[in-house]
Design a protein around this ligand. Structure first.
Ligand code: GUN
Length: 290
């Protein structure tokens, strides 16, 4: 059993990006610039955005954090997006999700210029990805594919079971795993809350990508020996062991499942750091395409 060290790989990729930023500046270009829009004070969103901004600093990017209270009107947020779309100094930007209930999330996503949509959530980027055209791929799926690539995990002809059908992870990673590439070329099954006999399906999987957000859902009896397990779950559960009063739990009951795996990602330190670094990759791509 080998633990997939997402933190280490993310560190290597950050080093590669930092070198590219130095090359860009030596050629007289300004560093890439990522803007992040954060509405409200959700604890998880605050943490994610803080990590994204810090990662920008680490690789020499410029970053701008724009904050709004959670009573901002949808029209106010749309005006902010219009300004960012028009700002030649901003290469790419994200609007952290989820948004408050009075704001139409899809309307916000579709307001972002596809060429600045480094989250890869705009229908133009989703559509381009689905037919294998150059685009921005959402950060978590991009990070998962990069982990499989860097660990040289053979996916060709393998049965990949994806748990979860979200627009951010489940759907895009399913498409990427099925496409005619390496990593890719897998036979993909998507499971979700309405799937019947889930354990019968997961037991047939050579690769499981779990993006359910249900802590310790996947147990040893649900997987076969030698499975590759990619755990995307990051649920905050109350804990007396930490100063914050919570800790992150994946979808996988790690201690009992890990011994059966050929490869497994830990939580934290697996997919999470790769998500952040993939956003940096997309921002670099946005800057280079301008
Ligand atoms: N909320 C959870 N994941 C993401 C993400 O990748 N991007 C944005 N913008 N919001 C999120």
């Amino acid at each position: 059993m080998q633990i997939i060290d997402g933190k280490k790989i993310a560190g290597e990729i950050k080093g590669e990006i930092a070198e590219e930023v130095i090359r860009m500046q030596a050629a007289g270009r300004r560093p890439p610039h990522l803007a992040a829009v954060l509405v409200g004070h959700d604890g998880g969103s605050e943490t994610y955005v803080a990590h994204k901004v810090k990662a920008c600093e680490e690789v020499g990017f410029r970053s701008t954090l724009i904050r709004y209270e959670d009573d901002i009107a949808e029209s106010g947020l749309l005006s902010c997006i219009a300004r960012l779309n028009a700002d030649a100094e901003v290469d790419g930007f994200i609007v952290q999700l989820p948004l408050p209930g009075h704001i139409d999330e899809q309307k916000i996503i579709e307001a972002v210029l596809p060429s600045k949509d480094v989250d890869g959530f705009h229908p133009v980027n989703v559509g381009r990805m689905s037919i294998g055209l150059p685009c921005f791929v959402p950060a978590t799926p991009l990070g998962i594919i990069e982990l499989l690539r860097r660990y040289r995990i053979d996916t060709c002809g393998k049965h990949c079971v994806v748990l979860g059908r979200s627009n951010i992870v489940g759907k895009p990673v399913s498409l990427l795993m099925a496409q005619k590439t390496q990593p890719g070329d897998a036979t993909v099954t998507i499971c979700h809350s309405r799937t019947k006999n889930l354990a019968d399906i997961t037991r047939q999987a050579d690769i499981i990508i779990s993006a359910l957000g249900q802590p310790e859902f996947l147990t040893a009896d649900m997987v076969k020996d030698g499975v590759v397990l990619i755990d995307v779950g990051t649920t905050r559960v109350p804990s007396q062991e930490t100063k914050s009063g919570w800790k992150l739990k994946g979808d996988v009951k790690f201690d009992e499942v890990a011994p059966k795996c050929s490869y497994i990602t830990p939580v934290p330190g697996g997919v999470g750091p790769m998500t952040i670094v993939s956003l940096l990759r997309n921002t670099l791509q946005a800057a280079q395409q301008r």
